[in-house]
Design a protein around this ligand. Sequence first.
Ligand SMILES: Cc1cc2nc3c(=O)[nH]c(=O)nc-3n(C[C@H](O)[C@H](O)[C@H](O)COP(=O)(O)O)c2cc1C
Length: 145
Amino acid sequence: MKKTVITYWSGSGNTETMAKSVAKGVSENGGEAVLKSVDSASVDLVREADALAFGCPAMGDEVLEEGEMEPFIASLHSADLQGKKLGLFGSYDWGDGQWMRNWVERMKGLGAVVDGNGIIAQLDPNQEALALCYELGKRLAESTG
Ligand SMILES: Cc1cc2nc3c(=O)[nH]c(=O)nc-3n(C[C@H](O)[C@H](O)[C@H](O)COP(=O)(O)O)c2cc1C
């Protein structure tokens, strides 16, 4: 079974809820979902994954969370991501999604095949946002054949 590794940071649980829907979309559509909070993630896990999803809310001033998620993302190189299907997702509040637009471009710059424009949800994700997360998981599972 092909493995999709889902790595996320979530302070108040909103992005974690999204991550769980992505994982459900993977595991209910023929894939193996490995769900990891970023504090227990590793670059090796990224390397051995068939597909990837990363989740992080908008923090600071439209940036990734700086204590754990930013260092993790900064530790990835194009050799780890080149040609690999990657879904991005996260929660926000008062902004307009700039952190996600920046993140999508950054990951494309490292050679990842980013799914769409990333999935963003304001605060606690509603059913529509969770359905998008589930569909992302399904696409990731299917993309790995
Ligand atoms: C320190 C801090 C900085 C934040 N910065 C932003 C921001 O720049 N833009 C924005 O839209 N929301 C910002 N937010 C709101 C969070 O993105 C929002 O509360 C989100 O739902 C948190 O997701 P989580 O429950 O997964 O931690 C910030 C929240 C905190 C606590």
